[in-house]
Design a protein around this ligand. Structure first.
Ligand code: SF4
Ligand code: SF4
Length: 78
């Protein structure tokens, strides 16, 4: 169960996630308002790899994550 502090922090990070501008982000993820896969885990949609913009995302930099396609592969590991 995430703490309230953690949920607040994630809400702030969701605003900075740039997944919605990614070519792999589709109608299904848009409908589900999915974001922040690197922290919240993979998508419930069946996605194709059309590119990933995680490499230029401020959240990835801030958290020290590397890699991408977290929507398919799940949470980032450090
Ligand atoms: S690293 Fe990728 S999944 Fe994580 S917040 Fe940024 S764009 Fe979203
Ligand atoms: S995790 Fe990467 S590939 Fe998936 S939607 Fe976000 S930016 Fe695109």
């Amino acid at each position: 169960m995430p703490t309230v502090k953690k949920m607040d922090e994630n809400a702030g990070l969701r605003d900075r996630c740039i997944c919605a501008r990614c070519p792999s982000y589709d109608d299904c993820t848009r409908k589900g308002k999915e974001l922040l896969y690197c922290i919240e885990g993979k998508s419930s949609c069946k996605l194709e790899r059309y590119g990933c913009v995680c490499g230029v995302c401020p959240v990835e930099k801030m958290k020290g994550f590397t890699g991408g396609y977290f929507c398919i592969g799940g949470k980032a590991s450090r």
